[in-house]
Design a protein. Structure first.
Length: 176
């Protein structure tokens, strides 16, 4: 374990030398996996994707199939076109897209705020209700209502789980 700790300390030291103070946080992305993909993957649609700009998730990694991402599903990327069931679809991968992406909103969204996955492949502002959501980027433009196309700086999907606060009873009586 000491060897691993020493190795990690050396990596942090090198990152700090190269990039300044990193506050102990390093975010890595798969943007440069040479020979694996180049920011876009082709999937076969397991269901209709009605338009470009919707979040999609994998349905079968072996068959490389995808469908619209629903609220609690991990979105792998953004559909670059509409496609029918059985057709090939190009998907810009979150976390390694070469450009910003245009996605559809599910609700009003302020520019400069993080956006999260929601039903039907759309994005929403930070949710307040309990549930499982994936942060997929930062809104660069805003939306006044649902179904508006906004520009997003994509990030790798980050899981965020909201759970309501529940007050509990003490496990044992305090000792006098």
């Amino acid at each position: 374990m000491d060897r691993v700790d020493t190795w990690i300390a050396k990596i942090f030291k090198k990152f700090t030398e190269l990039f300044g103070n990193i506050d102990g946080v390093i975010t890595l992305s798969n943007a440069h996996c040479v020979g694996v993909h180049d920011r876009v993957l082709t999937f076969v649609c397991a269901s209709d994707i009605p338009e470009a700009g919707l979040l999609v998730c994998r349905t079968d990694a072996q068959a490389m199939t995808c469908t619209l991402a629903q609220g609690g599903q991990w979105p792998v990327g953004v559909a670059l076109a509409a496609a029918s069931k059985g057709e090939a679809l190009s998907v810009a991968l979150l976390g390694s897209a070469a450009t910003t992406l245009r996605v559809l909103s599910a609700s009003p969204i302020e520019p400069g705020k993080p956006v999260y996955s929601t039903a039907e492949g759309r994005v929403q502002r930070e949710p307040k209700a309990p549930g499982t959501y994936y942060r997929v980027g930062l809104a660069l433009t805003g939306a006044d209502a649902a179904n508006h196309r906004i520009e997003v700086d994509p990030t790798a999907s980050l899981l965020k789980i909201y759970a309501p606060y529940k007050e509990t009873q003490p496990v044992a009586e305090p000792v006098a």
